[in-house]
Write a protein that binds this ligand. Structure first.
Ligand SMILES: NC(=O)c1ccc[n+]([C@@H]2O[C@H](COP(=O)([O-])OP(=O)(O)OC[C@H]3O[C@@H](n4cnc5c(N)ncnc54)[C@H](O)[C@@H]3O)[C@@H](O)[C@H]2O)c1
Length: 330
């Protein structure tokens, strides 16, 4: 008999979801990945299909979700995550954060499973407090272009907390700050793949605004470790997971130029509306409650990520997905 615990990972074919599938398989779980492939890619999971303890369901979680048999944990990671994606599919983004989360809360209740939701630093909007602690309520423009994502995630947190307090459901909330690593899509509009893609294609690197806005980037293995620890902790409040090491976009472009050895230069374009000027997590809570802090420095993480992008087929490098959309330096 198989005594493995079962975990459902929504958004399993995406960047973070696929790394979580790897981690839980590695830890001896039975893993069910669920994804409608709207921004994900089955190639991220191809290596797992041969395993008997892995299953894939092609399904939209904004519709009713059913899983036969026992379920111990649910990680809800399904959602478009890059501005280029959620600006293109705003209604689906709102639905997966609201209806999708509601469906999974119902499933968790029926199965007596613990649910962890992927929230985001975007709940802080364009923050007026720096760095951002979990106690900060945020500064979000509900009707701005990014509102569809930010408000979906804020609602997701609210309904999750309501199920926790009203129904006593076991829930966890991770607020993820910018994360990078292998399996990001080259053309998803996020700053790191955008810069590396431009360098690999021999194009100039585009900085939006004057490049003085800051970001902090967490390597995917560090994030997965933080999520793993949070799931098995007994803390139900939101927890920031991210790397506090902050860098301006301009400096970041220079690091990518050095890493890739490109001869191209930086070019500037106007800053999009509601682009956050600063983003840096306060991770005191994760340190205290989970004993977690990031271990992979930017130099090492960038090298691992660059190796991945270099290994991609050339047609992917030159695929001009979303070519009409202006990316953010996210
Ligand atoms: N990557 C980051 O830096 C970051 C930061 C903050 C929060 N997050 C959150 O983490 C999660 C994963 O992000 P990612 O970077 O891996 O993005 P991603 O686009 O690579 O993965 C998202 C996955 O969800 C799937 N999906 C979307 N809507 C769905 C639906 N209705 N039903 C089923 N599947 C659906 C997509 O096909 C995709 O495979 C998201 O919830 C995102 O909001 C990510």
């Amino acid at each position: 008999m198989d005594n493995r615990k079962t975990v459902l990972i929504t958004g399993g074919a995406g960047f973070l979801g696929s790394h979580l599938c790897d981690r839980f398989i590695g830890e001896g779980f039975r893993v069910i990945a669920m994804d409608n492939l709207i921004t994900g890619d089955l190639r991220n999971l191809e290596h797992l299909f041969k395993l008997p303890q892995f299953e894939f369901y092609h399904h939209d979680v904004s519709k009713f979700v059913h899983i036969p048999g026992d379920l111990d944990y649910i990680l809800h990671f399904a959602s478009p995550a890059s501005p280029i994606d959620y600006l293109k599919i705003p209604i689906q983004t709102l639905k997966v954060g609201s209806l999708g989360t509601h469906n999974l809360l119902g499933l968790a209740r029926a199965k007596k499973a613990r649910l962890l939701i992927a929230s985001t630093s975007e709940v802080y909007g364009d923050p007026t407090v720096h760095p951002q602690t979990e106690e900060y309520y945020g500064n979000v423009n509900t009707v701005g272009p990014r509102g569809v994502y930010d408000e979906a995630k804020r609602f997701q947190e609210a309904i999750t907390m309501a199920y926790h307090t009203f129904h006593g459901l076991e829930t966890r909330i991770v607020r993820i700050f910018n994360t990078y690593g292998p399996r990001m899509r080259l053309n998803d509009g996020r700053v790191l793949p955008a810069f590396i893609g431009q360098a690999l294609r021999g194009e100039d690197l585009t900085v939006f605004g004057d490049g003085s806005q800051t970001r902090s980037f967490c390597y995917v293995d560090d994030l997965v470790e933080g999520i793993y620890r949070l799931l098995f902790s007994d803390y139900s409040g939101p927890v920031n997971i991210g790397n506090p090491s902050e860098i301006t976009i301009r400096e970041f472009a220079d690091e990518i130029i050095k890493l890739t050895g490109t001869k191209q230069k930086v070019v500037y374009q106007p800053l999009p509306k509601d682009d956050p000027k600063q983003r840096q997590p306060d991770i005191s809570k994760a340190k205290k409650i989970l004993g977690w802090e990031p271990r992979v420095g930017r130099a090492e993480g960038l090298r691992l990520t660059y190796d991945y992008f270099k290994s991609l087929p050339r047609d992917l490098l030159f695929a001009r997905e979303h070519k009409d959309f202006k990316p953010y330096n996210r």
